[in-house]
Design a protein around this ligand. Structure first.
Ligand code: ATP
Ligand code: LTN
Length: 335
């Protein structure tokens, strides 16, 4: 039986992925590779919806790729590629722009949030059409499943609407994808501000553990994580956000239940819990960091792997785009 297709993507908008990206997304992506024919895309076209320095964008795209591979994306099983290497993304996005309502696009909450942060005059038209480019990313690969965080649900809904609209107007062309929303337990919070999610765009770097942080830095950040003065190790997201976050991290990495971890630390102080959490985080991250550095030291090999991924992606993407162009009535160029 052929496996169903899967697609997901991440922006190369930082020099390092953080523990939230790793536990909330990458671990799951790696785990789905055997059951799906998976496409993982580093979305550089999306990254430029907010200003990027060219040299940094280049480095960050490679580093993101290296971290995906180091964290378990197996390029012999899955296609790992850079969005700008597959021209069909921008081409299909244009077509989808033309069947998206202006009002419909205006309702996307991520645009409202991000444009507010940027200020009305500095938000670009690219930021406005971001979700439509994301729909193109997805629909080109005819995936059944799109694993994403809860924050992406609205974009996947728009993608489904556009696919159904296109199919109804021009004939069956796209598979209607389903969002696979990753579990709430895998949501990791900021160490300094444990009611906000751990996020690349946070001002205070002490709150996030980066995959590229060295062991001493990780230990220091976890030791200074905000907790409370009660001194009891118990999971309670409302009343004890900091301690619950540490327990959540421990549970996500070890695969053990929260109850069994609470049991283990009964009567112990926060210092003991923090030291143990730091241990498991370092044990998980150190090999990924080292493998990333190894991959980054051979840029030619990394670029070659990405070129192979782009070949696999282009094959599928071009076939879908040709169907789309034909369905809407574009002439085929004479040979
Ligand atoms: P930003 O921090 O700028 O909002 P981000 O860190 O959320 O960006 P994205 O590129 O938007 O990173 O997300 C990549 C993937 O990582 C998404 O699937 C997202 O749901 C997941 N993710 C991001 N932060 C967390 C978190 N704190 N806990 C769990 N998963 C997360
Ligand atoms: N918007 C997503 C990144 C993204 C994506 C995609 C995810 C771009 N294209 C296609 C899934 C499928 C984000 O910010 N996490």
């Amino acid at each position: 039986m052929t496996k169903p297709n899967l697609l997901s993507g991440m922006q190369p908008s930082a020099g390092s992925l953080h523990l939230g990206n790793y536990l909330g997304a990458l671990v799951n992506w790696a785990g789905m590779q055997d059951d799906y024919n998976a496409y993982y895309v580093i979305v550089d076209l999306h990254a430029i919806t907010s200003p990027q320095k060219p040299a940094e964008l280049r480095t960050n795209s490679r580093r993101t790729a290296a971290q995906y591979i180091a964290a378990g994306i197996d390029v012999t099983k899955s296609a790992l590629f850079v969005q700008s290497h597959v021209p069909a993304h921008a081409q299909l996005a244009w077509v989808l722009n033309c069947i998206t309502g202006f009002g419909e696009a205006s309702r996307m909450t991520q645009f409202k949030d991000k444009s507010q942060k940027a200020g009305a005059d500095s938000a670009s038209v690219g930021l406005f059409t971001y979700p439509i480019l994301q729909a193109a990313d997805i629909l080109l690969y005819q995936p059944k499943a799109v694993p994403v965080g809860e924050d992406q649900r609205q974009h996947i809904e728009l993608t489904r609407d556009l696919a159904m609209r296109f199919n109804a107007r021009f004939g069956d062309t796209f598979t209607i994808p389903e969002a696979v929303i990753l579990k709430e337990t895998a949501k990791i919070y900021d160490l300094q501000n444990p009611t906000a999610k751990m996020s690349k765009s946070t001002a205070d770097p002490k709150g996030l553990v980066n995959i590229m942080d060295d062991n001493a830095t990780i230990l220091k950040k976890i030791k200074s994580a905000v907790t409370d003065t009660e001194g009891i190790i118990k999971f309670d997201r409302e009343a004890k956000a900091g301690v619950s976050n540490l327990l959540g991290i421990y549970s996500a990495i070890s695969g053990r239940s929260i109850e069994s971890i609470e049991g283990e630390f009964e009567g112990a102080g926060y210092g003991v819990l923090k030291a143990e959490v730091a241990n498991v985080v370092i044990a998980a991250i150190e090999p990924i960091r080292e493998r990333t550095q190894e991959l980054m030291s051979d840029q030619n090999e990394l670029d070659r792997l990405l070129a192979e991924g782009a070949d696999k992606a282009n094959e599928v993407a071009e076939a879908t785009l040709a169907k789309v162009y034909d369905a809407i009535g574009f002439l085929k160029a004479a040979k």
